[in-house]
Structures are given as C-alpha cells and as structure tokens.
Design a protein around this ligand. Structure first.
Ligand code: SAM
Length: 192
C-alpha cells in the first residue's frame, strides 16, 4: 500500500517548481493517480496535455507512460514551459511545447488527453475530435452536483453536460475528493 501511495520523483520536482514560481493551479494527487492510470492503459499511445503549468500533471502522466508511448504537453506561459521541460530532460518520449494549445493538433489523434488549459471551455467540440477511437479524455476541476442535469452555482453546467452527453463519448463523472470531481470519457468507435 505504501508503494501505491508513493509520489513519483518528477511530480515532487514539478511541485517544487510550482512553489518557486508561485503557481497554484497544479492538479491534486487524486487526479494525478487518475492520469497515471489513463496513461498506463495506452502503452503505445500518444498522451497529450493542454496547460502544462509547472509540470505536475505531466509528471503524473509520465509516471504511467509506456516505453513505446509519447507524451506531448503545451503551455502558453514561456517561463513555466521552460521550467517544466527541465523536469523531463533526457526523456525522448516527452515534448513540452510553448504556445497556444492548438499546437497540439499536429500530434493528434490522442489516446489520452488531459485537457487542462485551452480547449476545455473555448472549443470543446474540437477537443473531442482530437481523440483517437478509444481515446480517453480527462477533465478535472468540476464541483460535484447531486442534480441532473448537473448544476454549478445554481445554473445548469452546460460545459459538463456537453461532455457527459456527447454522442461520440462514453463519459462519466468521478469524485476526486468529496468536493471535487473529474469527467472521464472514452471516444466511441462509432457515434451513438
Ligand atoms: C490548471 S493549469 C494546468 C495545471 C497542470 N495541467 C497540472 O495538472 O499540474 C492551466 C494552465 O494552462 C495554461 N493555459 C491556459 N490557456 C492556455 C492555452 N490556450 N494554451 C496553452 N496553455 C494555456 C495556463 O497558463 C496554466 O498554466
């Protein structure tokens, strides 16, 4: 059990960078373990992340990355991207891009996509299109809702509803802590 709860050394390094940079939007370990599981399920896959931050989520994805898999992440903040790239120096499977999330498109289709900065809100349709058949999408930072359709601060959460009901996705929402949730989805081979 102690082994299971261990935090990978690159995650520790990226968390240290976040503290140094004053960056407070890194994913939590509960999401990190979900990311590791998703990456591990596609040992020959293309694993992508929008919004590298200081590299915490990237490092969790990396901890599940197969020897034949590739990991590409993009961050528009040049300084964050530069620092995060240092965490993965020497591993040819990893590319840290600097710029807008759409730079990821040339690496699609994705077998895993942690959409965490760019795309999630501004172009959700394109996010789904970039998934390979069977590709797994992870979106965190939702607030659990007891209602259907899900609500956030009293209003229907149209964004969450979009992903949860998209005809090309088999999607569900999982609790990551008692007060936070993630949407996890797989792209169908054929639309419903
Ligand atoms: C929630 S944080 C990312 C945290 C990181 N994925 C993790 O798990 O530790 C979102 C990041 O996305 C970046 N971002 C926001 N919009 C972006 C865009 N259009 N293109 C690239 N990066 C973007 C922000 O600068 C920020 O660093």
């Amino acid at each position: 059990m102690a082994e299971q709860r261990a935090v990978p050394s690159r995650v520790v390094a990226a968390e240290r960078l976040a503290v140094e940079a004053g960056f407070k939007k890194s994913c939590i370990p509960e999401v990190g373990r979900l990311l590791r599981m998703a990456a591990a399920s596609k040992p020959h896959g293309v694993v992508a992340e929008s919004g590298t931050g200081s590299g915490v989520g990237t490092a969790w994805l990396h901890s599940g990355l197969g020897a034949d898999a590739r990991l590409v992440t993009v961050e528009r903040d040049e300084e964050l991207a530069r620092r995060a790239a240092g965490v993965f120096a020497g591993d040819d499977r990893v590319r840290v891009l600097t710029g807008d999330w759409r730079l990821l498109e040339r690496h699609a289709p994705f077998d895993v996509f942690f959409c965490d900065g760019g795309g999630k809100r501004d172009d959700p349709g394109r996010v789904v299109e970039l998934l390979a058949p069977g590709g797994i999408l992870v979106l965190d930072d939702f607030t659990p809702s007891a209602d259907w359709p899900p609500r956030f601060e009293g209003d229907v959460d149209e964004l969450r509803l979009f992903y949860l009901t998209h005809p090309d996705l088999d999607a569900t929402e999982v609790l990551t802590t008692p007060t936070s949730s993630a949407v996890v989805a797989a792209r169908r081979q054929t639309p419903r």
